[in-house]
Write a protein that binds this ligand. Structure first.
Ligand code: FNR
Length: 191
């Protein structure tokens, strides 16, 4: 299957055994028509506007990676009913310099992940709030992956059939969303 669109994937956890990353990897396998490129956010120093005069190399590289992608996917845990600081920092780094945000106009999707029952609802919607400001058209379809530790076996393989089907359909919806946003304006007008 051809992979015509690239997706910059940002995982909101730095943890080695992150269940959010496992969900992102499972979604990658279940969405073979999209090319996932996992971006590393752990090496981005805390955003400091003073550093904009001579931006650190990791900031520049990260911005370029986001700009090069057709779309953006966030898969994140919830920390204290919001997004982890590392993810917010990555959003902030990518949003500058003023007027040339790397996020601008990229079709996006948000998946929140939690071992708990609420599936990271708070993180999901705090993230969506920032993405509205950043002019990222986000797939409306919601993805809350709860009770996440029970979904994977010891090798990190997704073993829950319902979640497998959900992620497959979510990947398909995201693919369709990307095409809807990126297809030429003339086609929009022609219907
Ligand atoms: C958490 N955790 C958590 N879980 C949740 O559902 N809602 C929450 O608000 C929080 N808050 C929170 C704060 C902090 C500082 C930590 C370290 C953890 C638990 C969290 O979901 C759990 O650690 C996940 O395993 C984190 O995801 P990764 O790292 O496995 O992807």
């Amino acid at each position: 299957m051809s992979q015509s669109r690239t997706v910059a994937v940002v995982v909101g956890s730095l943890r080695k055994d992150s269940v959010s990353r496992k969900v992102a990897k499972a979604l990658e396998v279940l969405t073979p028509n999209l090319k996932f490129e996992f971006l590393e956010i752990g090496g981005l120093s805390h955003f400091n506007q003073d550093d904009e005069a001579a931006p650190p190399a990791p900031w520049v590289e990260f911005r370029n990676q986001v700009k090069a992608a057709d779309a953006v996917l966030f898969v994140t845990p919830e920390y204290n009913r919001s997004v982890p600081g590392v993810l917010k920092n990555a959003l902030d780094v990518g949003s500058r310099p003023y007027g040339s945000s790397a996020w601008n106009g990229k079709p996006g999707a948000v998946v929140s992940v939690s071992p708990g029952a609420i599936g990271g609802f708070g993180a999901n919607h705090h993230l969506r709030q920032s993405l509205v400001f950043l002019n990222v058209p986000v797939l409306s379809q919601e993805a809350y992956v709860g009770a996440a530790f029970a979904l994977f076996d010891d090798q990190g393989k997704l073993v829950n059939a319902a979640t497998t089907e959900f992620l497959r359909s979510y990947g398909k919806a995201f693919t369709d969303w990307i095409e809807l946003i990126l297809r030429p304006a003339a086609k929009h007008q022609a219907g």
